[in-house]
Ligand binder design. Sequence first.
Ligand code: G2I
Length: 469
Amino acid sequence: MDRTSHRRRRTAGLIAGAVAAVTALTAGVLTAPAASADATLGQLAAAKGRYFGSATDNPTLSDVPYQQILGSEFGQITVGNTMKWMYTEPTQGQFDYTQAEAIVDRAEANDQLVRGHTLVWHNQLPGWVSNVPADRLLGVMRDHITNEVAHFKGRLIHWDVVNEAFEENGSRRQSVFQQKIGDGYIAEAFKAARAADPNVKLYYNDYNIEGVNAKSDAVYNMVKSFKQQGVPIDGVGLQAHLIVGQVPATLQQNIQRFADLGVDVAITELDIRMDLPRTTAKDTQQAEDYGKVVRACLAVSRCVGMTIWDFADHHSWIPSVFPGQGAALLYDENFGKKPAYYAVAAALGGTSSPSPSPSPSPSPSPGGDGCTASYKVTSQWQNGFTADVTVRNSGTAAIDGWTVTWTFPDGQRISNLWNGDLTADGSSVTVRNVGYNGRLGAGASTSFGFQGSYTSSNGTPTGIACAAA
Ligand code: G2I
């Protein structure tokens, strides 16, 4: 009880309102100057009166490198799974918050804000809920909300009260709640949440409502009528599970129209997926897209914060649901910061480019074996870089394959290579053609690329050579 009341006192200033919460965080946590080169995304956002956070899930609690980044880089945490109904009330009337608490405790120890996700959703629902008779489901839904919201009272800034209740065409999703309780279930859910905690901000959360479209129109109309009827809603969460190159052009306009209804807006589950493998071009487009989303939020004062749906690509939900797609987040699977990370930092007012700057000059290998290789760093950021190698048939006859070799001078390592077949032995690198790019006519060229890491410097490789087959 002491622990809880201490938390309540400590977070009292934080839950007064989302913007106020961020201001309090800014005052309490920011020690570095807002735009210093090594300010975290959380600090940069806080300096703009916003939060920048990440979702996380329980299996990562014991992953030390992961937790170091999660605990330091972000100002806000969303519990990615274990606040959902199947975890918190697996059997009717038996509530279990152990797993959710483990994440919330850690976030509080790190002075991070926490969003609650989610109370009423058709997914990750224990089987028993579907068997509740129609005339009892409203009561069951209220009990669930009341218990969970009361349990976390004073510790969260937002609750996603109802999640994904609409179809793409703007009609209501035919969930068990919709079918058995009817249209009124959403308003009833918000009322029950407000009664259980008058301070936490109550959000409706959905995907594909980032731009102006039939689905976001339906949510807009619902929020408008809730405001007219006095149903307690404080915010709309735009999940923002986006695709590279497809940030909706109406994103800012859409955020603004919700804000104009008198609710806050949050970007709640941001990720921007691509068809694998990554390439420099896709990474560049993704970085631009992340920047667009951050700028759209910052442009609307009621857009209170942004959350990415976990931060490193190997912890993303995307590859298991969209086979062949992924690389949607800000860090790669080795926890290297991707170009998208720097784009977010820049959009939040931090340094706009990684340092040191990319080496500009290509270094051609000596010819003589029928082919040459030119090595060029295409982008570089702290501890990471991408490079392209152009292979050219310098002879007078076609070749049927090639092998490029070099030695890294500074202990660089390749994490991900495309359009070639890599063999690396410490600093020695060998890349052979793959099936589709081995044959080169006289004078013709092809290229492969990779992403790598370095520690202190990223010197040009020595002994770059190309041998034709
Ligand atoms: O689907 C992406 C998100 C869309 N909006 C609502 C979010 O709550 C949702 O999150 C995802 C989680 O990131 C996944 O981790 O929700 C999924 C369920 O729809 C979660 O996936 C589940 C898997 O389906 C289970 O097999 C797995 O046991 O995650 C569970 C825990 O890892």
